[in-house]
Each structure stands twice: as structure tokens, then as C-alpha cells.
Write a protein that binds this ligand. Sequence first.
Ligand code: NAP
Length: 287
Amino acid sequence: MTTSTTTLPGGTWTMGDRTVARVGYGAMQLAGPHVFGPPADHDGALAVLREVRALGINHIDTSDFYGPHVTNRLIKEALHPYGADLVIVTKVGGRRDEEGGWLPAQSPAELRQGVLDNLDNLGLEAMDVVNLRIMDDPAASIAERMEAMAALQEEGLVRHIGLSTVSAGQVAEAQAIAPVVQVQNEYNLAHRGDDELIDALAEQGIAYAPYFPLGGFSPLQSSALSAVATRLDASPMAVALAWLLQRSPNILLIPGTSSVAHLRENVAGAGLVLSAEDVAELDAIGG
Ligand SMILES: NC(=O)c1ccc[n+]([C@@H]2O[C@H](COP(=O)([O-])OP(=O)(O)OC[C@H]3O[C@@H](n4cnc5c(N)ncnc54)[C@H](OP(=O)(O)O)[C@@H]3O)[C@@H](O)[C@H]2O)c1
């Protein structure tokens, strides 16, 4: 059973046969420093995940290379057996070295192993959505990698395919091979290279889940953002998330946090209503 209603701000969006609240959660911050190793506060990480579900969030973004394995095992420990409405979106295409470095793992065999590792550590038999995370030139062909993803879909291990860190040309190349339900690229108030792509995907009914919605490892800082936040008596994080939610109906929020308090703030903050004047001032930041 899937749910098509939510009390969370922004309503819902459907990817393939799965419907999610547009306010989701990104689990990357639950691993240790630099997304490597276990968290300092294991029970605190479990508490964040349980609060995600208590707030009504049914879309969690993760990867087995967070930790590695750590984030997925935390999700399993906190939430398995999963509710029927929960959609866990993962990504494959990378691996970690022993120092925590990020390495590509993009051969068909590595992509398949990546999916199997996610299934194993999450305790699932098939993934609802797997994003193929590209790690090279935006002009590079991704056909062979997309064919490998399509084979995993045929095999029944992956229900729906998404793409991450891709150009418009790569999305079009992939769509000629198999349907794409989600694109996950870096995008926020100050980093707006995907404006055209977002609009094009919205017309095709494809979700766009921006990573680093709050600036990621370099939190968003802007005098214009602070000015709007002060005027609305809100936090800059709330304004940044509300702006994304209002930017386009296909945008799904996956802000990351390791804190229950920040999680609650972000969910409430995303519901802030911005006026046309607020949006114009915020648009000028990335213009
Ligand atoms: N496809 C990809 O290649 C890719 C790359 C990066 C990320 N992602 C996904 O995107 C998700 C979001 O990205 P992200 O987590 O890197 O960055 P983000 O959501 O832009 O920002 C997370 C940072 O903001 C802080 N934060 C969150 N809420 C806050 C609040 N209310 N007040 C103050 N600080 C707050 C967090 O610290 P605290 O923990 O202290 O709250 C953390 O340092 C990830 O979790 C991951 O699932 C995907």
C-alpha cells in the first residue's frame, strides 16, 4: 500500500509506482566525520531515524558508501521491518578506500555489487529507487552504465532507476535505454546551474532531489538570505528549504542532519510561505 496524502508541507510526488511526501530526509550525515566510520552517538543516530518516521517522512535517501555500510545498517537497525509506505532511495557507482577517500566503482560488475550491498545492509529484496551516481565528465557517455542498471531492473533487484550528478545530455541518453524517475544533482539557492534541467524534468514528470540543499559541507551564507530570514522571523535553513519547495513541484527535499532538533526545524521550516517579493530577493542570490 502506498500513501497519497501527507500532512507534511509541499504535498506528495510519485516516482514510478511509489508516492512520497516531498519533504524527505538525507541520511548521509548519520555516519562518522567525513561520512566515514560509525557515528559518535549511535543511539542519537537511531533516534533521528525514528523521528523521521514519526514526523511522517516516507522518503529516505542513502547509499552503502556512506560509512561505508554504516548508514544503511543504522537505517535497518532503527526501522526494519519497514512500513509499506517507506521509500528508500540509494545510489551506486562509488566506493571508499581505507582512508575514507571516494573512488568510482562504475563497471557493470561493481554496479551490481553495489546494489547487492545495499540490499544486504538494508535488509531488502529489491530497491524501490537506485540512482546511478556518475563521477566523470558531464559530456561522457553513460550508455554502458545505464544498460547495466536496466539489466538490474530486468533482474528484479531495482524497481526504478534514477541518475545523480548528470547533465541534460546524459539524462536524455539514459532515457533512451530505460525510464528515469529521479535526478539527484547539487542545487540550492546559491548554486543554480540546473534551473533549465529542473523545468524540463518537471514537464516530463521526473523528480529532482537536490543534494546539498542547505549548502552541504559549506552551509549556505548570504546577506540576502539572512535579510529575508530576519524579516520572516525564520532561520536561513527554513527559508532555503521553503524556497526549494516553492521553486518547482518536482523538487523533493532530502536535507541531511544528525540532530533531532534540526530535523524538526527543517520539516517545520519547509512549510514557510514565501511571498513573490521574498522569492525575487532570494532568486537574485543565485542569479
Ligand atoms: N548524489 C550525491 O552525490 C550526493 C552528494 C551529497 C549528498 N547527497 C544526499 O543529499 C543529502 C543532503 O545533503 P547533505 O546532508 O550533504 O547536505 P545539506 O542537507 O545541504 O546540509 C547538511 C548540513 O547542514 C546541517 N544542518 C541541517 N539542518 C540544520 C539546521 N536546521 N540548522 C543548522 N544546521 C543544519 C547539518 O548539520 P547537523 O547534522 O548538525 O544538523 C549538516 O552539516 C545527503 O544526506 C545525502 O543523502 C547525495
